[in-house]
Design a protein around this ligand. Sequence first.
Ligand SMILES: Nc1nc2c(c(=O)[nH]1)N[C@H]1C(S)=C(S)[C@@H](COP(=O)(O)OP(=O)(O)OC[C@H]3O[C@@H](n4cnc5c(N)ncnc54)[C@H](O)[C@@H]3O)O[C@H]1N2
Ligand code: MOO
Length: 418
Amino acid sequence: MTDTKLAPVSCDTLPPGTLSVEQAQTRIFDSISRIEASERVSLWQAQGRILAQVVTAPLDVPPHRNSAMDGYALRHADLAAGLPLKVIGTAFAGRPFNGAVQPGECVRIMTGAVVPEGTDSVVMQEHVQRTGDSIQISGTLSVGENVRHPGEDMRCGDAVLVNGRKLNAADLGLLASLGIGEVEVLRRPRVAFCSTGDELKSIGETLQPGDIYDSNRYTLYGLLQNLDVEIIDLGTVRDTPEAVEHAFQQAMQRADVLITSGGVSVGEADYVAATLQRLGQVNFWKIAMKPGKPLAVGTLGNTLFFGLPGNPVAVMTTFLLFVRPAILQMRSETLPRTPEYSAICDTPLKKAPGRKDYQRGICQQDANGQWHVSSTGGQGSHQLRSMSQANCFITLPLESGNCPAGCNVTIIPFDGLL
Ligand SMILES: Nc1nc2c(c(=O)[nH]1)N[C@H]1C(S)=C(S)[C@@H](COP(=O)(O)OP(=O)(O)OC[C@H]3O[C@@H](n4cnc5c(N)ncnc54)[C@H](O)[C@@H]3O)O[C@H]1N2
Ligand code: MOO
């Protein structure tokens, strides 16, 4: 396969009122206020939450000297004579051996059990021959072998988790090992969402001529579930100024973010931008991208507003490029770097210059580690199947035209995004 470069087509300036993807991202991210309120949650609710405190170890972990192996706890000095040792008892994890061990004696011990007083080393049972109540050791053993010491993992007073850390499964276990059952975490962003459109019907309703099922609400719900947010579903909203206003008022009372889909273009039933203008501050942009040209961003009081275009693929693309990173930033998360790879495109791609395309593709690496990608087919912004079949975006720069088979493109795998 030949490796053809995309032929650049000149597109120096964007039309007035049109932003590049990067310009729009910068404007949005610069305006984000982080959530500072915090709440106390149990460890069961803490996965993925952002710590709003420093965690200091209140005890040593492990709290006691314990055995790393199933075997026998003994006095290392006794081994020099090479004589058998007498087994005088057993130490289980959670059931210590009570008593002191004298020269010539040893204690049967299980992994995690307290190493008895008087002993300093543990020999694995595989290296021992036991006859009745006595053992003979084969091989060598160093002093202190197989003994784990208090505080080897964490010392009492250590700062073990920093403020602002996103808690993961290991952290939850770490906190539990310290006996900490609750932590102070940042409040989750409250994100309201709704669809707008008179043509939209709910699942179970019969479609009349011109109707379609509301798919964007399900897509948005799925996308939001991947983020650690409190989701507020405001349903499907009719194309009337009153209905749109009612939804906006609800969001202003309850949500940090409102996401709508549809009604942001220039049609006669597109009330979203006008309502935003009336109730809040509006930034309405055309973005030089496809899909996802019209995007209304603004504020409704303290609520951040995203009016996404109605076309289903445009909803997903604009959510992933603008809304998701904005919410992550609101949660005080470091924005993850979007992994981009260079790939050979095995199918031709149609592209008009003037907008940056986010086409949908199927990518895989060949035996040499070279990425290949092919188109999922029809790329209309109404064709959700193009997204459902895809595992990556194929990004084609603003100025490029058609891309012949074999040309070099950039891909963004969906891993962790959908
Ligand atoms: N004269 C112009 N017309 C359009 C332009 C333009 O620049 N000039 N831009 C086009 C582009 S690009 C897009 S994207 C859309 C965006 O329009 P709206 O945000 O106003 O969206 P609607 O018109 O309400 O819907 C567009 C399309 O998507 C379907 N839709 C809407 N909501 C849902 C939903 N919840 N589930 C499934 N499908 C939905 C709707 O039926 C339409 O087919 O404007 C173009 N027009
Ligand atoms: O760009 Mo519009 O966003 O679907 O085609």
